[in-house]
Every structure is written in C-alpha cells, then in structure tokens.
Design a protein around this ligand. Structure first.
Ligand SMILES: Nc1ncnc2c1ncn2[C@@H]1O[C@H](COP(=O)(O)OP(=O)(O)OP(=O)(O)O)[C@@H](O)[C@H]1O
Length: 626
C-alpha cells in the first residue's frame, strides 16, 4: 500500500492556488523561474512538447508585481494625423477616460442635432411663408451636409483604449506562438476612405501587438526559431528599447502611412521549444537571453520515488479541478495512472513528465466513469480509457500488422535467408515490426562492392553496414567490399526511427552472405558498435508489445535494456525475451540451426567476443544509440 492510498479519493487533495506551485517534477526550473520573475529576466525553456513549458511561463506572469500595470491610450494628433499620440495611464484609468470622452462627444452631437433641427424648422417656416419651398429644400439639404462635415476639434475626439489591463489580477501573459508580424508587433488597419474626411481617423485604426499587450508581463513564444529573421530582429529591438511604434505591416495599405508614437512594451520574454529551436533562433536573440536571463532544460521524466508519485497524484487532482466535469479518482485508479506514467517514461525506475498526454488519459478515464454513471473513477475505468485513447501512431502500428499479414509481407513462421524482423518506434513510444531484407551478390570486381540501401532509412542502413563490415569480415572471413549488398527497410512509415536497427541489419547481411536462414519467429532490436557490443535502445517496452501482437514468439533486446521492460501482463505469456550483449549472442538465437550455423558460431567462439579488438580506437565509431 502506498502512502497516498490513505486518502479516500483525489477530492481530499489540496490544489495549490498559484500555477507555479502546480508545476510537477521541475523543481530546479521552478526555482529559476521564481528568480527570473523577481529580477524580470528573459528565459529560454528547452524541452519536449507537453512537459509544462507554457505552464511555467504562465506561472511566471503570476509572480510578476501586478501593481505597476498600465493601460495604454491612443489619441489623434492634430498636428500630424499620421502620428497618433500614445499615452500610458495607470491600469483601470483607460476605460474611465474613454467613457468620459465618449459622453462629451455624445453631448456635443446632441447639441449639434438640436441646432440643425431648429435651423431646418426655421427654413421650412420661412419657405412656406414666402412660398419658396424648392429653395427651402435646397437650403435644408445644404445645412445637413455642412453639419455632417463638422466634427469636434481633434482634441475632443475620443481616444481609443489600445491596451486594457483594468481587470487583471496578475501581470499579463500573452502567447505569441505562431503569430504573424502584425499580431505580434501591432498593426494599423487599411482605410479605403482615408481622404476627403470620410475615413476612420488614423488613431482608431491602430491595433496593439502582443508585445504591447504583454507590457509589464510575460510574452511567451513557443518554437521561436520558426519565426522569420526579420520578425525576430524587430522583437529583439522591442526588447532592447522597451517601446515600439505601431505602423501598418502591409506596405500597400494606407496603414503603412501611419506611425504611432512609441508604445511601451516592457515585457519579459519566455521563449521555448525543443533543442532544434536553437538552430532557427537569431544569434543575437539567444545572446540577449543568455546575457539578460536564464536558459533552462526541462526533463521528460523524473525518478520513481514515493515523493514523486505523490506529485503525480497532485497532478491528477489538478487536472480534475481544471476539467471541472470528471469525477474524483479512487486510489486504485491512481495506481493505474502511476503505472502508465512509468511505462510511458520508457524506464523502469522513472515516471514520465510528458504530462499533457497523461492528462489526456486522466480525462478519458473520467469520461468512461461519466458514461457508466460511476461516482468515482476506478482502475477499471483507467484500463478501459487506455484502449480508447490510443494515439494515432499506436493505431497505425496496429493497422500495419494487419496489412502486412494480409499481403504476406510478414509471416512469423519458419526461416528465411536475409530477411529479419526488426523492431522500431513510431512517434513517442508505439512499437512496430519493421522487416528488413538483405541481398548479397558478388561484386563485378574485387573490392568494388557497393552498399545499396533503399527505403526511407537508406542512410542509416548504409552507415550500419559500413560500421559492421569489420565484424562481418571477422565473423565470415568474407569481405563486404567484394559484394554488392542491398538492404531494404520494407514499407517504412514516416516517423519511424531507425537508429536501433543496426543489430538487425548486421544479422540480415551475415545471413545473406553466409546463406543461413534467419528464424522468422524471432524479432530483434539493438544498436551495434563496431566492436560487436549490443548497445541500448529506446522504446523497449513498446517494441516487445508490438512483436507479441504480431505473433512473434521470441524477442532479442540489448541486455542493458532489460531493466526498462514493463510489458503489460497479457503479453508476458505470449513472448520470450532474451537479452543480448554481443552480436554473437544475436546470431546464436536468430540463425536457424544447421551445419552452416554451427561452423559460423564455432568460428566466432574461437575469435572471442570482441573480434574487433585489433581495430585502432581512433577508427571506432559508435552508431547512435537511441
Ligand atoms: N510539469 C507539469 N506539471 C503539471 N501539469 C503539467 C506539467 N506539464 C504539463 N502539464 C499539463 O499539460 C498541459 C500542457 O502543458 P504545456 O502547454 O505547459 O506544455 P508545453 O511544454 O508548453 O508543450 P508545447 O511545447 O507543446 O506547447 C498543462 O496545461 C498541464 O495541464
């Protein structure tokens, strides 16, 4: 029994009021954000999707002092109509000023109307008296036209409330992710009637950008590297100056003639993304953040301890509160969620921090309970929800097994030369059986053999064959350069990672060169270094489950991954898992028994496992272990 099990249900758990205290598993990052908020520093958050980057940024906005907030008004400029006047006022004042000006304008219009009506009545009376009706009508129309043209002096025109912070409890948080330049930096709308006095005054057409709305608060931008260099440069100058004039973003629009006075934009930038975001990031932007802020790396898993399990329980309580509809969770349902968090981390001693996805499971389990009119969510509801909330990748993986069986592209029976059942991962953690075929034909001349790799993972296949060529030579006494070696990943899907295929490729190539069939009831995964050691891979659990689903009887996985295996109990009886440390372990388990196999294995045994020990260290290249 776990400590949290003495709670009746998640309703007994207090959800902290501040968002920053609801962030689970990123204690160091939270500390950094707190420090950054105090000093108003920029922050760059690097981490996988759904680990809580935008949550941290929002939490930071709650920590900034709200009392310095401002509203921003834009007024017409009598001297230069194309240069509207900007006036910041304390938060809450803006609305009052606009209201007061509007009522002044209303009084003015009412007075004007009365005068016009009086004049019209007088002219009609005179027209009737002097029998000049036609002239009277002309005079009345003229008066109405003149009255329409008379506008109050510019100074009495109502200002526009550009940024309204009146109702805020916390400093603003603006998410500028994916915004185009206008939305981010502000814009001036086009006005087709700008001349002749019929148009909308320039100040009315000025629109604030996210940078202005985030004044004194946080501007959050995810995937900042995907923004154009020009927009990043403008953003940078706004950060440096802390003010930025608004002009029309479209060159051919009348808005481009208008340029407001500088508008305050004293925001803290929180940029985020995965590590690749750095590639597209303007170097000056990165250096600005580094010089005036913090860079934070966010983990995707945390250690599986009682304390962290309790944090996950708090997370479930938070998700229930935010959703507002789903019933509370009973302890057995929490156990299931924790088990799933463990499985999703891919490591036995860890819990996933990809909590957006896990939140999806919490909601799905809640929906199942609601459907069954259950007062609480129990373990059964979570287990049912797991079936419904399969990711697209999991559904694709299931379909691919059916399709491959239907078209006999994959048949887990008997033995075949050069044909191996590799295992790969699609998306985050869905396993898939990925058959690999190898053919070896003597090259036209000695030493001039080519590696011909087809399929989307061709480059990985080529590299793998090159990396294992020394081993193949030692193991088989044959030189791969005397052969044209064809390697094909059969029916590869987009998003399939192939780093962990090098053991499978080596097995297929050795089988093809030596003409020894490979056992088709076996599937395997592992990365191979040039010394013949099998290196760890990612997604072991998903791969083994996919193999079991596909009817594979034995799976070979790197010994170092054994601790990560957390397959569901229903698969335990369906599949045997054999750990492997070296390529010779692999060959022993996957080659079909016979004289040729015995000869090869005896030969390898005589060499010892590390057959490539005589290769100089400098030439050794370890393939990526995913
Ligand atoms: N560390 C966490 N603690 C608590 N809840 C979390 C955490 N991470 C994610 N969540 C939950 O997942 C939701 C989505 O997280 P968030 O949007 O912050 O992720 P992200 O890292 O910004 O993802 P992306 O980069 O895709 O925008 C949050 O609103 C929250 O409900």
């Amino acid at each position: 029994m776990l400590d949290y099990e003495n709670i009746g249900n998640t309703g007994d758990i207090n959800v902290p009021p501040l968002l920053i205290d609801q962030v689970i598993g990123h204690e160091e990052s939270v500390e950094t954000i707190k420090k950054a908020a105090k000093q108003r520093r920029n922050v760059l958050l690097i981490g996988d999707p759904g680990v809580g980057k935008s949550m941290l940024a929002k939490g930071m906005a709650e920590l900034l002092p709200p009392e310095v907030l401002q509203d921003i008004l834009v007024y017409p400029n009598a001297e230069d109509p194309n240069n509207p006047i900007i006036r910041p006022v304390p938060a809450g004042e803006g609305k009052k000023i606009v209201k007061a000006n509007k009522s002044n304008a209303k009084v003015y219009e009412e007075k004007k109307m009365m005068l016009v009506m009086f004049a019209v009545a007088a002219i009609f009376a005179l027209g009737l008296y002097y029998q000049k009706i036609f002239e009277a009508i002309i005079a009345v129309l003229l008066i109405i036209f003149i009255a329409m043209q008379i506008k109050p002096k510019n100074t009495t025109l109502s200002p526009k409330l550009l940024v309204n912070n009146g109702d805020r409890r916390f400093a603003p948080f603006m998410d500028g992710t994916g915004s185009h330049a206008g939305a981010l930096l502000g814009d001036v709308r086009h006005d087709p009637y700008q001349s002749g006095g019929l148009g909308t005054p320039a100040h009315e057409r000025v629109e604030a950008g996210m940078i202005h709305k985030a004044n004194k608060g946080v501007l959050y931008i995810d995937e900042i590297g995907t923004m154009s260099t020009k927009t990043q440069q403008e953003l940078l100058s706004a950060m440096q100056e802390k003010k930025y004039s608004i002009t029309g973003q479209s060159e051919n629009s009348s808005g481009a003639m208008v340029r407001s006075q500088s508008v305050p934009c004293d925001f803290v930038l929180v940029a985020s993304g995965n590590i690749k975001v750095l590639e597209g990031m303007h170097p000056a932007m990165r250096s600005r953040i580094r010089g005036y802020g913090y860079e934070v790396f966010m983990k995707d898993s945390m250690e599986d301890t009682l304390e962290n399990r309790k944090k996950l329980v708090q997370f479930v309580a938070q998700e229930i509160k935010n959703d507002g509809r789903i019933p509370q969770f009973k302890p057995d349902a929490l156990d299931e969620i924790i088990l799933e968090a463990k499985r999703r981390s891919g490591k036995k001693d860890s819990l996933t921090l990809k909590l957006r996805d896990l939140g999806g499971l919490v909601r799905a389990a809640g929906d199942v309970a609601i459907e069954q009119s259950a007062p609480f969510v129990t373990a059964d509801h979570v287990i049912t929800a797991k079936k419904y909330s399969r990711t697209l990748e999991q559904q694709m993986a299931d379909m691919s097994i059916v399709q491959r069986k239907e078209y006999s592209m994959f048949n887990p029976k008997g033995g075949k030369v050069g044909m191996v059942n590799g295992l790969a991962i699609i998306g985050d953690r869905s396993g898939i059986v990925s058959p690999i075929a190898a053919e070896a034909a003597p090259a036209q001349s000695k030493n001039e053999g080519k590696i011909i790799a087809t399929g989307k993972l061709g480059e990985i296949a080529k590299e793998s064959v090159q990396n294992v060529s020394a081993l193949v030579k030692k193991y088989t006494d044959k030189d791969t350069s005397d052969y044209d070696i064809h390697v094909q990943f059969i029916q590869t899907y987009d998003g399939v990672e192939g780093d962990s295929a090098s053991v499978s490729i080596a097995a297929a190539v050795i089988s093809a060169i030596e003409d020894i069939p490979l056992d088709q009831t076996v599937a395997l995964t592992g990365s191979l270094n040039v010394r013949g050691d099998v290196m760890p891979i990612g997604g072991a659990t998903g791969k083994i489950e996919a193999a079991a689903e596909a009817g594979i009887k034995t799976v070979l996985i790197p010994k170092s991954n054994m601790k990560d295996v957390m397959i569901e109990s229903k698969y335990e009886k369906m599949i045997k898992i054999i750990p492997m440390s070296t390529l010779s372990d692999v060959l022993e388990h996957i080659l079909i028994n016979g004289n040729k196999k015995d000869n090869l294995i005896n030969h390898i045994k005589k060499l010892g496992n590390h057959v490539a020990d005589n290769i100089p260290e400098s030439t050794i290249k370890t393939p990526n272990a995913h």
